[in-house]
Design a protein around this ligand. Sequence first.
Ligand SMILES: [Mg+2]
Length: 253
Amino acid sequence: MFTVMRSVWEVFVLMFISVFSKSVEAKHTARMSLPVEGHCLSWRLAVEANNARAWRSIPIQCLFYVENYMLGGQYERDVNVVVQQIYQYMADMVPGEDGKDAWILDVDDTCLSNLCYYQGKRYGLDPFDPAAFKKWAMRASCPAIPAVLGLFQRLVESGFKVFLLTGRDDETLGTATIENLENQGFVGYERIILRKSEYRGKGAVFFKSEIRKQLNADGYRIRGNVGDQWSDLQGDFVGDRTFKIPNAMYFVP
Ligand SMILES: [Mg+2]
């Protein structure tokens, strides 16, 4: 009898040790991955806060982090929070009867998502490939970013003039971009402004500032400006408020 009890006790102790050691192992594994994850989270925060600038690719150790960020739901949650902030800001805003209250929305990774394309470019680890991107954009098959599509529709329905302002080349990508926006439900905007030849080779801040200056000269009041790049939101006549849509995959100067 004593022998049997002793065996049972030994089995119990062995089970306890086994479970305990697995738990320690799991905690250890989690701790091991924390420095990389923590570093990448800090890097992404630096990107969003405009502290990290002119970066050409995502840090190599952050490849899986960015993949998980983009596909695991956090990116979508972050976009939704930005759009909720915009709704709060515009809650009491009534557009004037003169039809001059305007919003500016960027196109790439603001209205339309290029995530499918960047999945093939290791989420921005590979350097920018203008020819491949042009080929992708020509397909006119970028999906809408749902929260921004909802925002766009609300702005149009509320009576604001929505200007879509993009650094895409007018001559080569104009038709495909307009088609893509339409097939994703971006209908009813006041005007889409693409990069004309005179602005080729100029930085986004300069190009977009010049366009906003013209809109201002035409009497428009830019009530809000939404873009995924800081270069969408800097320069002259940026608008009463700017809203940064997250982008952890690439930087446009
Ligand atoms: Mg963009």
